[in-house]
Design a binder for this molecule. Sequence first.
Ligand code: ADP
Length: 488
Amino acid sequence: MILIVDDNRNNIYSLQKLLESKDFQVDTAESGEEALRKALKNDYALIILDVQMPGMDGFEVAESFGGYSKTKDIPIIFLSAVNTEKEFITRGYASGAIDYVTKPIDPDILLLKVKTFYNLQENSLAMKKTQQSLELEVQGRREAQVMMKSEIDHFHLMLEALPQIAFTLDSRGRVTFVNSKWYDYSASEKVFPETHPDDYCIPLEFERCRKKRKALDLELRIKNRNTGHFRFHLLRMTPVFEGKSIKNWVGTFTDIDDQKKIEKEKDEFLSIASHELKTPLTSIKAYMQLLERKLKINEENAEASYVTKALSQVEKLNSLITDLLDVSKIDNGKLKINKKRSNLDNVINSAIDTILQTHDNNVKISRHGTIPNILIPLDEIRIEQVLINFLTNAIKYSPKNNQVIVSTFVDDNEVKVSVTDFGIGIPEFKQDAVFKKFYRVEESSLHFQGMGIGLYICAEIIQQHDGTIGLSSVVGEGSTFYFTLPLN
Ligand code: ADP
């Protein structure tokens, strides 16, 4: 908008018409005081100011515009009929005018000037706005940077407070922060702690995980710089994602050395106890079998049936101790598998027979699928042990249903054997854990006897056959446990 300031209404009228005919928006003021008031209130792109006015003259008005930040940059064109001398024109420019036009006015020339100054002012206003928004953005970014820095500081303080060794890496795997506990195990923040020669190499393992964009979880021994001893630690390195890309990694070393020692002592105790229990138990079993035979020679009597019952309990005890022995063999890497080419079908049938003989008549085991008459490299006793375990569990954890299905499926590379029951099932988030040592599903552990080691042994046996083991299950509907074996 353009402001015309003139004490003469006729002058204002004709100038206003001229400008409005060219689509300019126009406002008017009849005195310097009114002009100042309006200029402080509204936004004008240009002021056309008459020099000769009663009260404040044009020069005074322009000078007072210069005193306010809102008005000081508005371009002013002076209009003057009288003061054409150089001195007045100079004063006009000194008081802030950008042009000085003398009357009589040539409308075309005035319009050209107005257009030019108007556009210039519009452009400079637009530039000012852009500058202001840029300044705002820069300020916003500066504030965000300060905030981010304080967040990072806070995060580092939290890592410092952890009882573990904690560190961060950038997306390319370079260490960017270590807490003070790091220096108990490494002299420099650039170098990972020294690992035991028999354990994993951290940079190699990390590189593998970085390529796969997966977290790293390792148990290894690292050397304490103060004592010179290696201590077991659990190393965890987790990627922090920003959208789909990895922003950085957060890592911790948790000292599990004491836990490991206790675990080792427990394993040793288990190993010794199961060995020592096994020998007298074998003798008890043998003597009881002799006694049973002797008592049964003449006729069926109560004593004989008591001995038979006692023998079946001895058998249970024997298999518990055998399982415990197997666990200690696995822990010591001594569970041996003797593979030879065998007929899997016979192994499955033998396992089913054993189960049918040792359980009551209500149990129904049906078979689905066939296995071609080929020989597969396997340890018959151990695979039968896996099947007996699956079948025993299928019956044990199905108190209201006695149906069990054994299915087999063969393709070019492997054979899959699965055992399905219609029992209590296992919640999904606990399904992976059932293959862990001593793990029992909490919900069922109170109602069913067991030690939680059967499936752990099964997993080890199948792993040593280069096969896979797994399950699918729905709570209240039943479970299917399976294993696969490679054909060659
Ligand atoms: P145990 O049966 O002696 O506890 P296992 O290692 O054989 O030990 O099984 C581990 C756990 O897995 C069991 O305690 C039980 O909670 C669960 N489980 C195994 N088989 C089944 C099944 N067929 N149905 C439901 N739960 C099962």
